[in-house]
Every structure is written in structure tokens, then in C-alpha cells.
Design a protein around this ligand. Structure first.
Ligand code: ADP
Ligand code: MG
Length: 266
């Protein structure tokens, strides 16, 4: 019998990317924000999911996060709420968001007795992820339930880090968590890459830490390095991704290159 050829892969892959690092302030939210702008500019339809109860990502896309009717917490806590109801359009073409606010803090207690809680987001995403080219999840600065939910729902992880003393060691717990999740809950989860952020270059010591990162993670480090620049913080303050805020600038260009690296990865 002739073996049937595998079905051609014309099915859309629609990868889900988690931006994670349990350390706060490394740029997870800023990267999610600016990367979504750069990918949207390349005609990619993006769904963002804010999994941080601080709701910083939601704040840069929406007017207020205090009076949201439905947040990511609602779809995690109530299986009857369709995920579509939680998706909000933003003022940017190609970017939608499932927002978050302090309500997300309820999940730790309310889902404590639910052994399957880590699967609640991946289950919900099944209904809609094919409508997007990329889903990008902004994880909180911890390795708690919200991050686990994000990693179980993701195909790939981007780990932003700064060239600082504990940068490599600091990712050990996250790498451990990823390895554990890969064993059973989500075997296809891959580390897509480590992303150097807030590189200043004026301090000699930074170069030493950067070498340590490159030696440790080798070709898993993105070619693109994001410099430290007040422009990135400004872009967030003015609620425009850098590719919109300063379209003709080295700061936007570097994000376009990062978007290319991600598109090449698949
Ligand atoms: N490359 C950068 N250059 C300058 N400031 C940055 C850069 N990346 C992030 N920031 C700023 O650093 C702060 C922390 O970044 P944020 O994205 O909130 O980190 P995280 O989400 O990992 O906690 C924010 O004020 C943000 O605007
Ligand atoms: Mg954040």
C-alpha cells in the first residue's frame, strides 16, 4: 500500500509566543508592546494577552483598565464566558488584546483547587488562535500560576534579559519551569530565544555580562539587541509602539529586524 503523503502544511500555524522572565523590569511588557507594533506593521494580525495583574500592557492600549467589563481573569474563572467576549480591538489595525487588571489576582485563590487550571488558557485559545498570525502573551514577573498558564498555552518563549550580574543564573528557575512543563503539560514548548534588552554599552562590565549570556545561550540569543533608550519608555507613555511613535529611527528599525527574526523562525 502506498503510504499516504502528509497533508500539505497550508494550515496556518499561528504561533503563540510567551514573553517571560520572573524578574521584573527586564522589559517583558515593553518588548510585547513594541514587537506587536513591528509585526502589525508587517501585516501580521496580532492577539495580545496580558497575564499580569498590574495590567501595564492593557494600559498602553486601552483608555482605562479599571472599568473593563471582561478581562482575562473572567475567561479563566468562568468556562462559560466565550473568549471572543474578552477580546478588545485597539486603536491599531491588526492588534487586538485580551486585557487584564487587578482581578487577575483572584486566580491564585479561586483556582487553587483546580488541578487543570494550567490548561484553562490553552483550551480557550483553541477557538480563536487561527484568526491571528501571532498570539503574544505578556507574563507577570513571577513563576506563579499566571506564568504557568501562559507557558502551557505557548508554543515558544522569548526571554528578555539585561546584561547584568545575575542575568544568566536568574533564568535558571524559568528554564526549570519550562523543562517541567515540556515533560507533560506542553511537550512542544520551545525557548525561541533570549533577547538582550536595555543594553547601554558604555559600561565595560555590561560587555562582560553580555559575553556570559552569549557563551551560555549561544545561538539561542537573538541577533538583535535592544539598546537602552528613553525613547522606548516614551513610546509606551504616549501609547504608540516605537514603529508608530518614531517610525524613522534606529529604535524602530531594530524592532523591525526583531520582527523579521521572528517571522523567519516561523
Ligand atoms: N530598552 C529599554 N530602554 C529603556 N527603557 C526600557 C527599555 N525596555 C524597557 N524599559 C523601561 O523599563 C521599565 C520596565 O520595563 P517593563 O517592560 O515594564 O518590564 P517588565 O514587564 O519585565 O517588568 C519600563 O518603565 C519600561 O518603559
Ligand atoms: Mg510587565
Amino acid at each position: 500500500m502506498v503510504r499516504q503523503r502528509q497533508r500539505p502544511q497550508n494550515k496556518k500555524i499561528s504561533p503563540v509566543i510567551a514573553i517571560a522572565n520572573q524578574k521584573g523590569g527586564v522589559g517583558k511588557t515593553n518588548v510585547t508592546f513594541n514587537l506587536s507594533g513591528a509585526l502589525a506593521e508587517k501585516n501580521q494580525k496580532i492577539l495580545l494577552i496580558d497575564l499580569d495583574q498590574q495590567g501595564n500592557l492593557s494600559s498602553v492600549f486601552l483608555d482605562s483598565i479599571y472599568n473593563l467589563k471582561i478581562t482575562v481573569a473572567d475567561i479563566l474563572l468562568d468556562d462559560d464566558i466565550p473568549v471572543l467576549r474578552a477580546i478588545q480591538k485597539t486603536s491599531f489595525q491588526n492588534i487586538d488584546i485580551i486585557p487584564s487588571n487587578i482581578d487577575l489576582s483572584k486566580i491564585d485563590l479561586q483556582l487553587a483547587g483546580e488541578p487543570d487550571a494550567q490548561y484553562f488558557l490553552v483550551d480557550k485559545l483553541k477557538e480563536i488562535k487561527a484568526s491571528y498570525d501571532y498570539t503574544i502573551i505578556d507574563c507577570p514577573p513571577s513563576l506563579g500560576l499566571a506564568t504557568r498558564i501562559g507557558l502551557v498555552a505557548a508554543d515558544k518563549v522569548i526571554i528578555p534579559l539585561e546584561c547584568q550580574e545575575w542575568a544568566v543564573k536568574g533564568t535558571a528557575h524559568l528554564r526549570g519551569a519550562i523543562a517541567k512543563i515540556r515533560k507533560r503539560a506542553n511537550p512542544q514548548l520551545k525557548i525561541m530565544g533570549y533577547l538582550i534588552n536595555r543594553y547601554d554599552g558604555r559600561r565595560k562590565l555590561e560587555e562582560v555580562y553580555r559575553d556570559t549570556i552569549l557563551e551560555s545561550f549561544k545561538d539561542k540569543v537573538f541577533k538583535v539587541e535592544l539598546k537602552s533608550s528613553v525613547r522606548y519608555a516614551e513610546a509606551a507613555t504616549f501609547k504608540k509602539p516605537i514603529t508608530t511613535y518614531l517610525p524613522v529611527s534606529q529604535y524602530a528599525e531594530v524592532y523591525r529586524r526583531l520582527a523579521e527574526e521572528i517571522l523567519d523562525y516561523g
